[in-house]
Design a protein around this ligand. Structure first.
Ligand code: ATP
Ligand code: TZE
Ligand code: MG
Length: 267
């Protein structure tokens, strides 16, 4: 049982040796993402400067890159960090926030994709557009359903040889061949800014704990959010109380409860 690859066992492995994860995320997400990582049992470091991003990637268990509040100097740090993670054999995760919105973002995402992320995590609008489809997305929030992004996710995973996770009411994860759906969470989650960005960082933590198995690592991180989110949503009165309840639920989540309450199905 202990040796089976389940979200609970991967959570146990991750917490037993809290991975240092370099999170290059946006100004909105930095605080909540770091708190989410600590609550779940990982060790985040928000390090993005061009002068040090590559050096830091080499000593981290994994790297995550999110283009939410992009600028030229941050992009330079991102490109150096991704290259360094690749050289060091460390997985890196891409969060393509609103990559379709401007020419600057479209060019940045093309350059980042060339550096071969192990995992891409985005909302449905982002994943549809990244695969070249017509998405309804405008800004950072999704305006499409996950079901409509499933074919795009499979295409993207095949094209780039990576894992693709689409999040929303029910999440979808694929390596281009096999796929799983993860149910749970709460409708309050998209009402709290940057929870998706925080999840991208947590995917990095699980990828660091299981670098040879990015598919199951991604599923584990999404399942942690699904189960803790469902717990927090049960008693929350709105986004404010959801936020603190969610952090407490992450900390209190045991591997046993995670596996018991996981709602994962083949897709
Ligand atoms: N309607 C919903 N019901 C249940 N869970 C949801 C719902 N919408 C989103 N979630 C969950 O919220 C988390 C964040 O996913 P979401 O797709 O909202 O990310 P995002 O759009 O990238 O967010 P952000 O850009 O604000 O960081 C995931 O764990 C997802 O499963
Ligand atoms: C609101 C917002 N704006 C840029 S990034 C971000 C966080 C959610 O993606
Ligand atoms: Mg997002």
């Amino acid at each position: 049982m202990q040796d089976q690859i389940t979200p609970g066992n991967l959570l146990r492995t991750m917490r037993a040796n809290p991975p240092l994860v370099q999170c290059i995320t946006n100004f909105v997400a930095m605080n909540i993402a770091a708190n989410v990582m600590l609550a779940a049992g990982a060790s985040p470091a928000m390090v993005h400067a061009e002068e040090e991003a590559d050096e830091f990637a080499a000593i981290s268990g994994a790297l995550t890159i999110n283009i939410g509040t992009l600028s030229a100097d941050w992009l330079a740090g991102m490109l150096k960090a991704a290259q360094s993670a690749n050289n060091a054999g460390k997985p890196w995760v891409l969060d393509p926030v609103a990559h379709y919105a401007t020419a600057f973002r479209r060019d940045a995402i093309t350059r980042l994709l060339e550096l071969k992320p192990a995992i891409i995590r985005g909302n449905a609008s982002e994943i549809i557009a990244l695969a070249g489809g017509t998405s309804r997305g405008q800004g950072v929030d999704s305006r499409d359903a996950v079901e409509q992004a499933e074919d795009s996710a499979r295409q993207l995973a095949q094209k780039h040889g990576c894992i693709v996770a689409v999040t929303g009411a029910t999440d979808f994860v694929t390596d281009g061949q096999k796929a799983k759906r993860i149910a749970g969470g709460s409708p309050l989650m998209p009402q709290v800014t940057a929870l998706g960005c925080s999840l991208t960082c947590l995917v990095g933590a699980f990828a660091a704990a299981a670098p040879d198995d990015p598919f199951d690592a991604t599923i584990a991180a999404l399942t942690v959010f699904a189960v803790a989110g469902q717990q927090a949503g049960a008693d929350a009165e709105g986004p404010g109380s959801f936020s603190w309840r969610f952090l407490d639920a992450l900390t209190g989540l045991t591997p046993e409860t995670l596996d018991r309450d996981a709602r994962i199905s083949a897709a």
